[in-house]
Design a protein around this ligand. Structure first.
Ligand code: ATP
Length: 358
């Protein structure tokens, strides 16, 4: 039995705005689930419904098999970390960590033991006497995380906890949170609009758009088998390249090259004759030397970006622009003509109308 079940969960705000539509998810105990999607897609609303901070308008929410729609946050045994750390400014790190347990009337000795253990997990032992203002952003965020894990809850909810940190701190905290999750084993739901956080941290990712779940899957599944154009474009950096074309005689034409899609479309080739499809390939899936069974395309180099371990090449292909990822020693000169190959197995085809993968 799943630990958390969201069954056709909907949120309609009092002003009539329908923010979440039929959200379905089963999370196993200990799973790390990431909700990802652009701003306003309903991630925080769903998280707040799980936390018990927001009413569920329609649908059923179960914890460990029991309907929990009406339970308060305390009964749900959830701890939540917000974007703003919300530490008590006049309390030391120790007291910030201890405060929740003191309120619950937990024994001083037990509190001390848990504070010391939590501080150790988070590398805060040397800072227990400090005030929050004397900490870096990353250290403050660690105290905020510590305040949640110290309570030993079953469900750990985090809403964009890293967004106030700089890029370097984010990378460090990312792995620290993953590590803490491994140690505590709490079922975790983590909200972010950052696909890298989703890819690196999640056991499973829920991709959302406009209040609808688009796909639920492991990072590999959503990256290699996106269900539609939106997921394909949202997961992966730089995003997948898309080219919209009408199929004629089983082929599409891109920048003067005819690409035969009959084999790729298989039995569906006939259905798509005369219809629009979206042809997709990832910047990193291309090759500069011809592999077996590949499509070849070319364009003019407009811009290159050296990133260190690789480089982005922006190519102008008459009707569209695409981005390619190439090794740093193969950066082409500006304004040169570049031919590249896309292995047939790295091509994605989507229905031009529904935008679902074919
Ligand atoms: P972000 O990444 O910007 O936080 P999100 O995916 O978490 O976005 P939500 O905060 O869940 O999005 O909001 C979803 C939608 O619901 C948005 O369009 C938002 O404007 C709307 N919304 C949020 N709170 C309310 C409210 N109290 N009343 C009406 N509409 C609301």
């Amino acid at each position: 039995m799943a630990y958390l079940t969201l069954r056709n969960i909907n949120k309609i705000y009092p002003n009539g705005f329908h923010a979440v539509h039929d959200f379905n998810l089963e999370a196993e105990r200990g799973e790390f689930i990431v909700f990802v999607g652009p701003s306003g897609c309903g991630k925080s609303t769903t998280l707040r419904m799980i936390a018990g901070l927001e009413d569920i308008s329609k649908g059923e929410f179960l914890i460990n098999g029991e309907v929990a729609n009406q339970w308060g946050p305390r009964e749900r045994e959830v701890a939540m970390v917000f974007q703003s750390y919300a530490l008590y400014p006049n309390m030391t790190v120790y007291d910030n960590l201890a405060f929740g347990l003191s309120l619950q009337g937990v024994d001083e000795d037990v509190i001390d033991e848990r504070v010391q253990k939590t501080a150790k997990i988070l590398g805060l032992t040397d800072y227990l006497d400090r005030m929050p203002r004397a900490l870096s952003g990353g250290q403050r965020q660690r105290v905020a995380v510590g305040r949640s894990i110290i309570r030993k809850v079953g469900i750990f909810l985090m809403d964009e906890p890293l967004s106030n940190l700089d890029a370097k701190q984010r990378v460090t905290m990312r792995s620290e949170i993953t590590q803490i999750h491994r140690e505590t084993g709490a079922t975790t739901i983590y909200v972010t609009h950052d696909q890298t956080e989703a890819m690196t941290m999640a056991d499973r990712i829920v991709v959302m758009k406009d209040g609808y779940v688009q796909q639920v899957g492991t990072p590999r599944e959503v990256y290699f088998h996106p269900c539609n154009v939106f997921v394909a474009g949202f997961i992966g950096e730089p995003p997948m390249n898309f080219i919209r074309r009408t199929v004629e005689n089983g082929c599409i034409e891109i920048a003067g090259a005819a690409l035969d899609l009959k084999e790729k479309l298989g039995e569906k080739a006939k259905d798509y004759e005369g219809r629009e499809i979206v042809f997709g390939f990832r910047p990193e899936a291309i090759a500069l030397e011809k592999p077996e069974n590949a499509y070849v395309l070319s364009g003019t180099v407009e811009l290159t970006e050296m990133l260190g371990d690789n480089a982005n090449v922006y190519l102008d292909m008459a009707e569209e622009k695409v981005i390619l990822k190439v090794p740093p020693h193969e950066i082409p000169p500006m304004d040169s003509e570049l031919s590249f190959f896309i292995p047939a197995e790295s091509i994605y085809l989507f229905d031009g109308e529904s935008e679902m993968v074919i």
